[in-house]
Design a protein around this ligand. Structure first.
Ligand code: SF4
Length: 87
């Protein structure tokens, strides 16, 4: 079984999804359909709701497939910009 992990961030919070644990309970996409969109790729759009709503919904995942990482707990995402200059 795969241990693959996918991450989706809005710059403030990162949603971590482990597909091998997902039991397709539908709870995330019924609870917060602006963020969890199973018919799309990527299927998680963290810009669809504010951080608190995302944290609350992720906490309701019954399988542990979803978890949260707060971006201010280490690393500064805005620093990533420094490697994007092609010249
Ligand atoms: S709530 Fe958790 S187990 Fe249910 S579909 Fe979403 S990620 Fe999968």
């Amino acid at each position: 079984m795969s241990d693959k992990t996918h991450t989706y961030t809005n710059g403030e919070v990162t949603i971590v999804w482990k597909p091998s644990l997902c039991t397709h309970s539908k709870r995330c996409w019924l609870g917060l359909p602006a963020v969890f969109k199973p018919g799309q790729r990527p299927w998680i759009l963290p810009e669809g709701a504010d951080t608190q709503a995302i944290v609350d919904q992720v906490g309701k995942c019954p399988s542990g497939a979803l978890s949260i990482r707060m971006n201010d707990e280490g690393g500064r995402p805005e620093d990533d910009r420094s490697i994007q200059d092609p010249t």
